[in-house]
Design a protein around this ligand. Structure first.
Ligand code: KIV
Length: 272
């Protein structure tokens, strides 16, 4: 059992801020369904992100843009039914918060009411400040997301490292401070130089959770299907694979197929 699992019965947004002040790193992974969420929660993870990466991982879309609010709510409610300890945060999908703060609040309320999740995550800084304030005023915790923000992939044109140039790095620092001042309880920083991420983490009170942002931040997040090696065509430098599930599962399926074809399954013990 992990050290964190012993110490905290239930993770809240306050727990995460306390962890940062104690210098304890925060662990976060994605989940989109009941069975995976049950295993991840039972392992002692601090935060489960119902990411809009479900659009890629679960539905096979090239980007995160197509996933809908109804689909995110379906994934999130499956995850919430599985957990007993982790904090569950849900991505507001593309097109459900960018147009105006009232729509952003309506989308967030639907997620909270219909899934039972504990908070939402939104991509962007200054541009979405009013929406963040409105959502927070309704009592809904907000996690920010800066750096590589996949919902803006067609603006960036590429998934390469963000904020390498001074101008973008300065904007990112300002945005991070703005998110903290607005009341966000944490920020995900995706694919930015490690030095910049560390500087941001040191300058803020709220936790910075990195993905491809180096070790100088307050926690790490990975997409579960990537770290388990279930996806194998995606190989960014930051991704550590803890299993090769693609090969393991392929081997198991092939063995099953062989057993069925050869009549080796089922045996007498496996029938009624
Ligand atoms: O959607 C997602 O899984 C995410 C993580 C990569 C942080 O936003």
């Amino acid at each position: 059992m992990s050290v964190a699992k012993k110490e905290y019965k239930r993770i809240t947004t306050k727990t995460l801020v306390d962890m940062k002040s104690k210098g304890e790193k925060i662990s976060m992974l994605t989940a989109y369904d009941y069975t995976m969420a049950k295993i991840v929660d039972n392992s002692g993870i601090d935060v489960i992100l119902v990411g809009d990466s479900a659009s890629n991982v679960m539905s096979g879309h090239e980007t995160t843009l197509p996933i809908t609010l109804d689909q995110m709510i379906y994934h999130a409610s499956s995850v919430v039914r599985a957990i007993s300890r982790s904090l569950v945060i849900v991505d507001l999908p593309f097109g459900t918060y960018q147009s105006d703060p009232k729509e952003a609040l309506r989308s967030s309320i639907r997620i909270m009411k219909e899934s039972g999740a504990h908070g939402i995550k939104m991509e962007g800084g200054k541009e979405i400040k009013e929406s963040i304030k409105r959502i927070l005023n309704a009592g809904i915790p907000v996690m920010g997301h800066l750096g590589l923000t996949p919902q803006s992939i067609y603006k960036f044109g590429t998934y390469t490292v963000r904020a390498k140039e001074d101008t973008e790095a300065e904007k990112l620092k300002k945005d991070a401070l703005l998110l903290e001042k607005a009341g966000c309880f944490a920020i995900v920083l995706e694919k930015v130089p490690a030095k910049l991420a560390e500087e941001v983490a040191k300058s803020l009170q709220i936790p910075i959770i990195g993905i491809g942002a180096g070790k100088g931040v307050d926690g790490q997040v990975l997409v579960t299907h990537d770290m388990l090696g279930m996806t194998h065509e995606f190989n960014p430098r930051f991704l550590r694979r803890y299993l090769d599930m693609f090969s393991e599962m392929t081997g198991a399926f092939q063995k099953y197929i062989d057993d069925v074809k050869s009549g080796n399954f089922p045996t007498e013990k496996e029938q009624y």
